[in-house]
Design a protein around this ligand. Structure first.
Ligand code: SF4
Length: 397
């Protein structure tokens, strides 16, 4: 795969039309316009604002300063190797105990065959996570990575959340976090996934996912990986029991680690999917709330280059609109998403390149395929003149 450039083109001289910003938000807008960092209190003020258009103007200015008019996507495939998990997080409809009817474990042969099939349609990344499996052995994980890596040396294996890494280190490999990551990297691990961050606040975690790692432990796994030269994404699961202050606290901790390591490639927030979880009474975040959260994230996380809209959770129409609220990336083709769909998401389980490209073009941006590190790979000539997407172009597994 030919990378278009190692450093993506950026436009530095974009300034904001301050007349579009209400008086009370103008001090923040001026900071954004001058590429100055905003404070936690200012982020909270933005979260309390109902002027979604003003947030969009500020977030779009930053997006354009960082990424010009480009919006990216990746050709990727999701793999969940097993949903068997020793924990029972409140928000999780994916996990199962071995005895449960919906428990599954995929064999290495089955996973390798699925990835091989997707390589034929051009994926550049396999994104693989599972539960905290009690009995799979060290050799199983290493063989899986080695066999996937052997399929195509250019395929990026983006795998495991921070809690899976801690589980492997402590219970399976019985090694330090750094040594576990090194062994996995040597077997083919290319990047860490950003999952499991949820909301960092200790009280929220205690209520939502008792037994899961603390914020410090999540951050420590990513810090260690970054210090080894690795890259990862990071996430925020919002719209459940957290307060706006706790969202800002979450963003602050990510911004601080990014100041330290510069190892995060992008930020991917997603709204809680309550339908089939024990928190089914929680109301799903509204479209306005999702756009506001993306815009505030874009403005606050000044040291992040990329903001991704997770269409699996938002739906493609809203993800498309979010390209005017700070987002510069529509994630990817995905192929076989399970975690959000087991929680009740009604979106498709994969999208075609033509559908993603059309959504980006219709929003006035230039679509470019990226790799796992958000580096531009290519404009897609095969779909450059693709007709507008219609319902039948959505491919459901
Ligand atoms: S969120 Fe992850 S750790 Fe928690 S129960 Fe689900 S699979 Fe297990």
């Amino acid at each position: 795969m030919c990378i278009m450039s190692s450093k993506n083109p950026q436009r530095a001289n974009v300034s904001m039309n301050l007349s579009l910003i209400p008086i009370d938000l103008q001090p923040i807008a001026e900071k954004v316009d001058n590429r100055q960092r905003i404070s936690d209190a200012e982020a909270l003020q933005l979260y309390h604002s109902n002027d979604l258009n003003a947030l969009g103007v500020m977030a779009s200015t930053l997006r354009e300063q960082k990424n010009g008019n480009v919006a990216t996507y990746i050709l990727n495939r999701y793999i969940n190797y097993s949903n068997v998990c020793i924990l029972s997080c409140q928000f999780c409809a994916f996990a199962a105990k071995k005895r449960d009817a919906h428990a599954f474990e995929r064999s290495i042969d089955d996973i390798v065959a699925a990835v091989q099939e997707s390589l034929a349609v051009g994926i550049t990344e396999v994104h693989m996570v599972g539960g905290l499996h009690p009995t799979l052995k060290k050799d199983w994980y290493l063989t899986l990575l080695q066999r996937l890596h052997a399929l195509d040396l250019n395929l990026i294996i983006k795998a495991f959340t921070a809690i899976e890494i801690r589980h492997l280190a402590q219970r399976i490999f019985k090694l330090s976090i750094a040594d576990t990551l090194a062994v996995l990297r040597d077997a083919g691990l290319g990047a860490l996934t950003g999952g499991g961050a949820e909301i960092f606040d200790a009280e929220v975690r205690d209520e939502l996912c008792r037994g899961k790692e603390s914020a410090e432990e999540w951050l420590e796994v990513h810090r260690t990986w970054h210090q080894m030269g690795g890259r990862s994404t990071c996430t925020m699961l919002y719209g459940h029991i957290e307060t706006l202050e706790q969202r800002v606290d979450h963003l602050r901790q990510l911004r601080e680690l990014q100041d330290e390591t510069r190892g995060f490639t992008g930020f991917v927030p997603f709204a809680f999917e309550p339908q089939t979880t024990v928190l089914a009474h929680v109301k799903h975040a509204s479209a306005v709330e999702q756009l506001r959260n993306l815009a505030v994230s874009r403005i606050y996380l000044d040291n992040f280059d990329h903001l991704t809209a997770y269409w699996v959770s938002m739906g493609l129409p809203l993800a498309q609109v979010s390209l005017s609220y700070g987002v510069d990336d529509l994630h990817g083709t995905i192929i076989e998403e399970r975690i959000f769909h087991m929680a009740g998401a009604k979106t498709p389980q994969e999208l075609t390149v033509a559908t993603l490209e059309h959504a980006i073009r219709e929003a006035g941006r230039e679509p470019i395929q990226r790799d796992s590190y958000y580096r531009h790979l290519r404009r897609h000539p095969a779909v450059e003149s693709a007709p507008p997407a219609v319902e039948s172009e959505l491919v459901c597994a």
